[in-house]
Design a protein around this ligand. Structure first.
Ligand code: 5RP
Ligand code: FE2
Length: 222
């Protein structure tokens, strides 16, 4: 699949989301940050918004669920038309069952790790996952500073994927910009969320293409 850029609409004008998405036509997916004000101290969208967005764009939707009780709440986002559904392992009681349920509903199953959550206890789950998300900020808000301390975990996650021989995508999210994307790509990430870097640019679509070219040049995978 190569390098993918998935702009986050978290810091855009929520009254014009269709237009905001039309400004990033080079995006591989649109990253939709779902927050419930419990798992994180911020509140955004629910499944009905994901369903409306899936009607408004042909770009696949990448739903990042920062919500409690993922086992019960995540499947609704696959039913709403998200192409990829990411639950946080810290909010899931039965991550294997949940990943299988998401796949059975026709979406890609993805699991996220907060910065302080290690990958090693979950390495045997990798074959159940289409994507692993390593957070590079504490989840909850856009525009935060990239946490360099997450880079070794990205490297370890890529090594575990190679050990298990899986095709699981490795996504990074939080503070990704032209300044930080090279480090993530060198460490083995192949799917890059960028919110403020894309939408604060004068030309968001040109920024998507620039981020992709920068990651491709730094990646050992392409
Ligand atoms: O999940 C998130 C925050 O919890 C967002 O996807 C992320 O922060 C994107 O915004 P930025 O690129 O501005 O950091
Ligand atoms: Fe996110």
């Amino acid at each position: 699949m190569g390098i993918q850029i998935t702009p986050s609409i978290l810091n855009t004008d929520f009254s014009r989301l269709g237009e905001e998405i039309s400004r990033i036509s080079s995006a591989d997916m649109v990253h939709v940050d779902v927050m419930d004000n419990h798992f994180v101290p911020n509140l955004t969208f629910g499944p009905s918004m994901v369903e409306a967005l899936s009607r408004a764009t042909d770009i696949p939707l990448d739903a990042h669920l920062m919500i409690e009780d993922a086992d019960r709440n995540a499947p609704a986002y696959a039913e709403a038309g998200a192409s990829s559904v990411t639950f946080h392992v810290e909010a899931a009681k039965a991550p294997i069952r949940l990943a299988r349920e998401i796949r059975a509903l026709g979406a890609r199953a993805s699991m996220a790790l907060k910065p302080a959550t290690p990958i090693e206890p979950y390495e045997d789950l990798l074959p159940e996952l289409d994507m692993l998300l390593v957070m590079t900020v504490e989840p909850g808000f856009g525009g935060q500073k990239f946490l360099d301390l997450c880079l070794p975990k990205i490297r370890r996650a890529r090594a575990l994927m190679e050990k298990h021989g899986v095709e699981t995508w490795l996504q990074v999210d939080g503070g990704v910009s032209l300044e930080t994307i090279e480090r993530c790509a060198e460490a083995g990430a192949d799917v890059f969320v960028a919110g403020s870097a894309v939408y604060s640019a004068a030309d968001p679509d040109a920024m998507v293409r620039q981020l992709k070219a920068t990651a491709e040049a730094a990646s050992p995978l392409v």
